[in-house]
Design a protein around this ligand. Sequence first.
Ligand code: NAP
Ligand code: ZN
Length: 359
Amino acid sequence: MVAVATDDREGICMPDIAAYGATAADSGVGPMVITRRELRANDVDIEIRYCGVCHSDLHTARNDWGRTNYPVVPGHEIVGIVRAVGADVTDFRVGDRVAVGCLVDSCLECDQCHDHQEQYCRAGTTGTYSGYDRIDGSPTHGGYAQRIVVRAEFVLRVPEALDLAQVAPLLCAGITTYSPLKFWNVGPGTKVGVVGLGGLGHMGVKLAAGLGAEVTMITTSPGKAADAQALGAQHVLISTDKQAMRAATGSFDFILDTVPVKHDLHPYLRLLRPGGTHVLVGVIEPIELHSGMLLGGRKQLAGSAIGGIRETQEMLDFCAERNILPDCEIIAMADINQAYERMEKSDVKYRFVIDMATL
Ligand code: NAP
Ligand code: ZN
């Protein structure tokens, strides 16, 4: 164990660090200085090497959900190297390759936490950004920054087989798609439709294919068909092609819907076979739904949020074993606003990842 006590860390600990964040819904994302807390006994201090860019970052920076705490430093697909650990930390050492996803704390006492479903903690989770630390109430700031300090229980291990520059999107896009695929027992013999070929969708295709399912990419962008097949989809269904949609009626066991904006669910529910399940992972406004769409065929409409820490580690190990890695466009920190604009136009192949050396 390498423990660096807070008192011994003069010269190592720099509470004020460089970051990129938003100060208001219309400010865009720009340089700022933030403070990271001093190491607590069970904390890990991580030098961030790469951070993925999730559509949730954009939603939060622009206050799309009306609950952003400004200033906000987005970024919850974080990978880096341990630079120090608190006195009680035994699972990590200085120099380890580690990662942090969307959660940095939960109560760890309720039934959900005991069941390794920290994302559904009864007391509420502490988000990696735009949240408040459970102990001192300070704002949490995400991965568009030089360093992050995180409670050890919420730090993941990056297997040696995974390239550090590509692994970041697994921490949100990866686990958010892996968790529902596992929960609904997707595997050989399952016919899966993945709606929306963006950051989450491209991981949904890769992971569902990796689990042995027959995968169809359901997209609004005919130009993405060849890519979808290269990612592992056997079939491509263009959702704006009414004839093709009609022909696919009743053919899917499971649909994973990653669309980030309000959309009509009826055409997708028609694609389910009796007993099939449509899972929403996109965070969207209230939806209108005729119950007949569910009654006829005993269909289920469900949602799913990220995944627990144990399952996130399982997903990282699964990806290492199967050599499943996101397709990343590496960008400089200063290009983040442009990246958001491209993401809004569904123009990303298929996840932006910020090289933190450019901060
Ligand atoms: P993204 O990279 O922007 O991809 C979204 C894709 O959805 C687009 O590439 C596009 O694919 C499709 N799309 C966009 N507008 C559409 C429309 N009007 N109708 C139909 N399809 C449309 O976004 P992301 O990072 O994957 O995130 C997706 C959503 O998941 C966001 O709302 C994000 O906040 C949410 N999220 C949820 C969780 C969770 O825990 N549940 C975790 C992370 C993110 P095509 O061009 O192929 O149609
Ligand atoms: Zn995310």
